[in-house]
Design a protein around this ligand. Structure first.
Ligand SMILES: [Zn+2]
Ligand SMILES: [Zn+2]
Length: 371
């Protein structure tokens, strides 16, 4: 048996369980010792029973999708991994529909049918367990020197996918064509990151690295631990408490790209209203459907059309994005050695996982240490 943190939706319960030890049953599989798992809003929503689905044959769902693991055993067809290797697993697994072009092209983050599965979220057990078995093709190798920070890979993939999408879309402008292959495609452009949680801060690091003049716009007044990180990476922190959206726009002159990771739709829409001509706005967080708010849609549409703007949503991330996130973590570590470790506020033993899953402590990123 292995130890795992599970949610029982029927019984409205979250607890440490003894789970049968998974075994390698296919030559393409890998047995993993889980080292660490990050906790995020998705886990807390599952624990609040807002969503999340156990596997069909189980009354509970093992939580956790932001994992770092060590290979302990490989199936006989696995040649790319050896025991001792560090790996980060992908979250989403393809649907079975032969007509789903996204899943058939191994881009299940774009799945058309919605009948994909996600480890720790929808239909598959997650990684808050001492031992897990996974298919080798969903695992990405991590250099040993990233052992302390690679648990941040999955949240960084959200920004990686957003940036790739933005660059591909901005290739519509003939004078920017090919920007996706440029080392600093953001040179001369201004990006605003909305929100200073882990997804926002990792996004800001990525945008700075891509050459954008980067601003992080968030609620809390500076100075605080998040504004300190923003300043350390050469970006600028502005608080919504002391700087209105109008003042933000005035200060920047124009906003070319907005990366929303705020979970506060009214403020996001206000910023959208101030997006520059040919600008792009990327939504990554949901909003609370129980708190609808008013938008002057006629005015919004007029802005979007007359300024050639693009608004996109993005969720999850594909295989290439995991690899680029791991590469960027190495770059961030070299460029700002203090910053990634400072994103991790606290590590909790499995026995205390419940307290960090049920209420959001202060700080930035909270991690459950499994081994
Ligand atoms: Zn997450
Ligand atoms: Zn699909």
């Amino acid at each position: 048996m292995v130890k795992a943190i599970a949610v029982f939706p029927e019984a409205h319960e979250i607890r440490l369980v003894e789970h049968p030890e998974p075994q390698i049953t296919q030559p393409s599989q890998v047995k993993l010792k889980i080292l660490e798992v990050g906790v995020c809003g998705t886990d807390r929503h599952i624990c609040a029973l807002a969503f999340g689905t156990p596997p069909v044959d189980s009354e509970y769902l093992i939580l956790g999708h932001e994992a770092l693991a060590e290979v302990v055993e490989v199936g006989e067809a696995v040649t790319q991994f050896r025991p001792g290797d560090l790996v980060v697993p992908e979250v989403r697994r393809p649907c079975n529909d032969p007509d789903c072009r996204a899943c058939r092209a191994a881009q299940q983050d774009f799945c058309y049918t919605g009948s994909y599965t996600e480890r720790g979220i929808q239909g598959l057990h997650g990684y808050m367990a001492t031992t897990v078995v996974d298919e080798a093709r969903y695992l990405h190798p991590v250099p040993a020197e990233l052992r302390q920070v690679a648990v941040l890979t999955e949240p960084l993939t959200i920004a990686e996918k957003a940036l790739v999408q933005a660059l591909q879309i901005q290739d519509r402008l003939p004078w920017r064509t090919g920007s996706a292959t440029n080392a600093e495609p953001g040179r001369g452009l201004k990006a605003v990151v909305l929100g200073a949680g882990p997804i926002g801060l990792l996004g800001a690091m990525l945008f700075v690295t891509a050459g954008f003049e980067t601003y992080v716009y968030s609620r809390a007044q500076a100075p605080n631990e998040k504004s300190a990180i923003v300043e350390a990476i050469g970006a600028t922190y502005l608080s919504a408490e002391t700087t209105s959206v109008e003042q933000l726009t005035e200060r920047l002159g124009h906003i070319d790209l907005v990366y929303e990771a705020l979970d506060a739709a009214p403020l996001a829409i206000e910023v959208l209203h101030n997006l520059h001509r040919n600008g792009i706005f990327i939504f990554t967080s949901g909003t609370d459907p129980n708190h609808p708010f008013h938008i002057d849609t006629a005015n919004a549409i007029e802005h979007i059309t007359s300024k050639n703007q693009v608004i996109i949503g993005t969720v999850n991330a594909g295989p290439a994005t995991f690899q680029s996130a791991i590469n960027h973590l190495s770059i961030f570590q070299q460029r700002w050695p203090q910053v990634l470790p400072a994103l991790i506020t606290r590590r909790y033993p499995m026995e205390q996982a419940k307290e960090v899953l049920l209420k959001k402590p202060g700080g930035i990123k909270h991690i459950v240490s499994i081994a």
